[in-house]
Design a protein around this ligand. Structure first.
Ligand code: DCT
Ligand code: CA
Ligand code: CA
Length: 371
């Protein structure tokens, strides 16, 4: 189902929880426990405009994004509602730092919006067994570099990743393995599928379709007759978890990376390197396969208390051989382990970046680069 070129894909969706409101809580800890509503004031009068984001305290009173500010104030009653204007510059900076923190984990990212991104973890996580752990690392990386909490959904395609992310909120992490997709979707209300809003949901309900499982029983022809070819086909595929759109990264791939769980926690550089030889070999052949070489080498270490450490360096010339990478990793891990006293690694990873495209294949040093 989620195979592309025969490879099972591992896709994560990362979405920051109640983004604008959380961003405000972050810089004003005194707001903790109060209903925070971030508003786009239209300026006509003091309370005209709409809610952009509400924290969970405000949500428990029924306040939602898109609602008129006046309505939010009414619902919050005499509770002291905290109404704040949007501060786009500040949110954009947090957004930038979030994406930057996540970039370490994969070369293939699709930024969907200011607070949401899809990440292809196929290579990095090396399959679903390592997925939950990488998910926790993504959350932790975002938290450490911005202070923000986010939710992570992981599945065999973007659709499943997105639905799992939404369901896990707030501060959640949910992994849906390919073999569990059907069971996962079956009992969900159809409106939890992306693109199924109130309108489509209402029309489906009239047809007796409330759960995704009900939707799988509708004849695909009926779906295309009622909803048109494109939405009808989408509903057919989505209900089966088979809507498998590829990621469309805004930019070209920037890196190749891989992480492994060490056989035992270690502070021994050679022992760590031993376990990275296979992955490095693998990444080098992927580079060759895609006509690329790299100059940047990054070492990633996850400590026994799950902190993420990284060190990197730039090689003097483009490379696609294993030996220079291993030499670089040796010095990077040595540096990491001596900089942080008492550091023992639970997981270790490698990142090859600063990619350059090779034209022709002459000698090892005779590269011409693009960009
Ligand atoms: N947004 C907005 N107006 C809306 C909806 C959203 O300005 N009607 C902005 C605010 C946050 C950003 O878009 C991301 O949207 P969501 O992820 O849907 O909102 P959120 O507040 O982060 O909520 P959640 O915790 O559910 O992700
Ligand atoms: Ca969000
Ligand atoms: Ca979002």
């Amino acid at each position: 189902m989620a195979e592309r070129g025969g490879r099972l894909r591992v896709i994560a969706c990362v979405d920051i929880d109640y983004f604008f409101a959380q961003a405000e809580e972050l810089r004003r800890p005194e707001l903790a426990g109060r209903p925070v509503v971030v508003c786009v004031f239209s300026g006509r009068d003091e309370l005209s405009g709409a809610v952009a984001s509400a924290n969970y305290v405000a949500r428990s009173f029924g306040v939602k994004a898109g609602m008129p500010i006046r309505e939010a104030v009414r619902r919050l009653g005499e509770k002291e509602a905290v109404l704040l204007p949007v501060d786009r510059q500040y949110y954009l900076e947090l957004s930038r730092r979030t994406f930057e923190a996540l970039e370490r984990f994969s070369g293939v990212m699709e930024v969907v919006s200011v607070d949401e991104v899809f990440i292809d973890l196929t290579e990095f996580a090396g399959g679903f067994d390592g997925a939950a752990e990488v998910g926790a690392e993504l959350k932790r990386a975002v938290r450490e570099s911005t202070g923000l909490r986010c939710s992570v959904g992981i599945g065999p395609n973007k659709l499943i990743a997105k639905v799992a992310c939404d369901r896990s909120k707030p501060d959640g992490l949910m992994v849906v393995r390919p073999e569990d997709v059907e069971r996962f979707l079956e009992g969900l209300p159809v409106t939890e599928l992306p693109f199924v809003g109130r309108k489509v949901g209402g029309r489906l309900k009239e047809m007796g379709v409330e759960k995704v499982g009900d939707l799988t029983k509708v004849d695909p022809q009926v779906l295309t007759e009622r909803f048109g070819r494109s939405l009808g086909t989408y509903l057919y595929l989505a209900s089966r978890g088979r809507y498998d759109e590829p990621l469309s990264p805004r930019t070209e791939r920037k890196q190749f990376s891989r992480i492994v769980t060490l056989k035992r926690d270690s502070a021994d550089v050679e022992e760590i390197l031993q376990q990275l030889l296979g992955p490095v070999e693998d990444l080098c052949s992927r580079l060759v396969g895609e006509g690329l070489a790299h100059k940047g080498v990054g070492a990633i270490g996850i400590s026994t208390d799950l902190k993420v450490y990284s060190r990197s360096l730039t090689l003097p010339r483009p490379n696609r051989e294993r030996a220079p990478v291993v030499r670089a990793l040796r010095s990077l891990f040595a540096e990491m382990l001596s900089d942080v006293s008492g550091l023992r690694l639970r997981r270790a990873g490698v990142r090859l970046y600063e990619l350059v495209r090779m034209r022709g294949q002459r000698t090892l040093t005779d590269f011409s680069t693009e960009t």
